[in-house]
Design a protein around this ligand. Structure first.
Ligand code: IFM
Length: 457
């Protein structure tokens, strides 16, 4: 067996999931509704009226799912903790039954030789906190830090690797600006407040985690950074790209890694807010040192000077920016396949954040997979997508990017938010009627990559 592209020794190979997308058991053991339980019941918000009530029933099939990962040979598994399972109202003491589920999961993983990697927030805010104002309200950041401390107390003896937030851009801008995600609000100024309070929540949680976790634990944040490209080299198109870079990337990178707000962002959004919700000391709080940065990447973003009509997740950019379809093949999400965007991001971060280790915490693709009459699921497009993206990661590593690991999104077909169960990202097929799991061809392919720590010819 030859290995054409070998990754560094100790490279971490994982799969990723999120609580609301796979667990189900939405009202079991004291779990209360999150904003996604509420949102998915609003007519027309989620395709086909799908909800996460049952999802992939992982809450009851956790051992089976860990066994699937053991067969793959993954070194790490990234899951998220459901806030409303562990602290149902978003305040007060932890619910032991909720914590126990994640303690059992961590034990099962460790017994299988897999390192548990916990994300504290993957979009399932307790509904009660949204009713009190949600992420645009400052107190939600404080509540999050308290929740982080509870989970760290409960799991810190068996989980050493932690992520505060998953993709705060989506929380702020899909949740509060375009409204295509829960809670479905279309309030651009509130979305900018939410972005700041998410940065604050992250920083306060870093402190809470460091105080509660054993020394040597790793703490990070995951961003869905945008590989932004101007359609042409014209000054107007390049300015559109600058605006989107500020709202998509630097709005998080600058407060978290440099303790500042991007000046151009503040100027661009002056018609919406004066940013006076940023209080003295906040930017010191947002920039607590982290041990690594998680990056989620799927496809690039092409922009030109122009106008966006209708609700948009880019507050203030609407009159100046038009989004252009990128050329090339597309996934079932209609997202362009372009691995160069991942290489661009990794080499940018190598230059801009020297000394910060990088981890790809999500990458993968949805295709219209189905089980054939023999029960097999052939997904050659996904294998091609993964191969291209891993080749791009390898190239960035060879060029000096300090990438420590790769988590494939996703282990299982699952609830793909506003798309419901219609979009399949898993390397394991789930028949949602029977909950039968079938590893796809891509699962076998990924197992080979892990076994040889690299890509074969
Ligand atoms: O399914 C999502 C995940 O929850 C967050 N990152 C992107 C994935 C694909 O859309």
């Amino acid at each position: 067996m030859t290995t054409a592209l070998r990754f560094p020794d100790g490279f971490r190979w994982g799969t990723a999931t999120a609580a609301y997308q796979i667990e189900g058991a939405a009202s079991e053991d004291g779990r209360t509704p999150s904003i996604w339980d509420t949102f998915s019941r609003l007519p027309g918000k989620v395709r086909n009226g799908d909800t996460g009530d049952v999802a992939a029933d992982h809450y009851h099939r956790m051992s089976e799912d860990v066994a699937l990962m053991k067969d793959l040979g993954v070194t790490d598994y990234r899951f998220s903790v459901a806030w409303p399972r562990v602290q149902p109202t978003g305040r007060g003491p932890a619910l032991q039954k909720g914590l126990d589920f994640y303690r059992r999961l961590a034990d099962e993983l460790r017994n299988a030789g897999i390192r548990p990697v916990a994300t504290l927030y993957h979009w399932d805010l307790p509904q009660e906190l949204e009713d009190q104002g949600g992420w645009p309200r400052r107190e939600t950041a404080e509540r999050f830090a308290q929740y982080a401390a509870l989970v760290a107390d409960g799991l810190g003896d068996r989980v050493a690797t932690w992520t505060t937030l998953n993709e705060p851009w989506c929380t702020a801008f899909l949740g509060y600006a375009s409204g295509v995600h829960a809670p479905g609000r279309t309030e651009p100024a509130a979305a900018l407040r939410a972005a700041h309070h998410l940065n604050l929540a992250h920083g306060l949680a870093v402190d809470a985690l460091r105080a509660a976790l054993p020394r040597g634990s790793e703490v990070s944040l995951t961003l869905n950074l945008h590989a932004v490209r101007a359609l042409t080299e014209s000054a107007a198109d390049r300015d559109a790209a600058r605006r989107v870079d500020a709202l998509g990337n630097r709005i998080f990178l600058d407060p978290v890694f440099h303790g500042r707000l991007p000046e151009d962002l503040v100027a661009d959004t002056a018609g919406l807010t004066d940013w006076s919700f940023v209080r003295d000391g906040d930017l010191a709080a947002t920039s607590r040192p982290v041990d690594s940065l998680g990056i989620n990447y799927y496809s690039p973003t092409v922009v030109a000077a122009g106008r966006h009509e209708g609700p948009s997740p880019w507050p203030g950019a609407e009159p100046h920016v038009r989004f252009e379809p990128a050329p090339g093949p597309r996934t079932a999400m209609d997202w362009p396949v372009d691995a160069n965007g991942l290489h661009e991001l990794l080499t940018r971060l190598r230059d801009e954040l020297p000394g910060v280790p990088l981890v790809i915490t999500e990458n993968g693709a949805a295709y219209d997979d189905y089980a054939d009459p023999e029960g097999d699921v052939h997904d050659p497009e996904r294998v091609a997508y993964l191969r291209q993206h891993l080749t791009a990661v390898h190239r960035a590593v060879a060029e000096g990017a300090d990438v420590r690991g790769y988590f494939l999104w996703s282990l299982l077909d699952n609830f793909e938010w506003a798309y419901g169960y219609g979009k399949r990202f898993g390397i394991v097929h789930v028949d949602f009627a029977s909950q039968r799991r079938t590893p796809k061809d891509s699962a076998r392919w990924y197992a080979g990559v892990i076994a040889r720590n690299g890509l074969a010819d």
